[in-house]
Design a protein around this ligand. Sequence first.
Ligand code: SF4
Length: 322
Amino acid sequence: MNNFARPIIGVSKCLEFDMCRYDGSRINNNFVRNMKEYVDFITVCPEVGIGLGSPRKPIRLVTIGGKKNLYQPSSEKNLTEDMHDFTKKFVTSNANLDGFIFKRDSPTCGVTDVRLYHKLGTDVGYGKTSGMFSEGVLKQFPNLVKEDEKRLNNISIRETFLTRIFVLAHLRESLEFKELEKLNQFHSKNMLLFLCHDEELTVKLGLILKSNDDFELIADNYKNIVNSILSSIPKKSSIINTFNYIFTPVSSKLSSSEKSYYFSLIDGFDNDLISQSEISTLLYSWTLRYDLKSIVDQSLFNPFPKTLLLDLIESKKEYSIL
Ligand code: SF4
């Protein structure tokens, strides 16, 4: 068992769940399969949702009258309105999503780089766009943590995705109590992780919690800033400052050689020779050894279930982003 909040994640249903692709197939996805233990999935196949069966004739995105349309060449059906209606209903009934995993390259679910044909009736000439369903979902939820399935085979992209969805799920669950105390507990647990991303915004979060506003306003302001913090890439200087903040209370208990080792790692990290996790692991072991209760439970050390990286570590699979 674990103490992680359960993220609510939308997923293209053909990934691991259902044989709903145009050719009647399903795509095996180890990551999605492993996530089932820790995540509540909302599965959706928009093409089946608008009444296309499986298997079915392929559909594509085509520019007609200057606008993007979803079209089935074999039946000459324009499916644009049906897909817009389906997307509207989906977003209305799923406003509590923490994230979404989309199938790549689909005219419906693809996030980027989906073919948009310039003309009806020809395969010649196309640009790149996003799928019609994914575009509608992301327009409605601009802060939604989203990835396409293939990018999640890159370990750092996956770590970022997992960190964001598990922290946001924890925030969602904390806000459900509508108690400032629960929000303060959330803040304490995630403070060092936030400091690694953005020190200024983390200070702002602390000030929001001390304001005299009513809870709803505090919750809205707090959530907006957490979204900004988590969508920013951690700054190296902020990470080093945070590590030094953790190091300070243990330093008096360490030998001089342990201290110099720590500073050599920081130097290596500053010069891109050492990974962040190497220093984090060392600091975590010291906080355990010296029983620093306020630090040891920080989400920075354990933001998501580590088993969700196992398939990548075992296969040493690394997707290179072009
Ligand atoms: S990519 Fe989307 S629309 Fe296509 S089969 Fe998968 S879930 Fe259905």
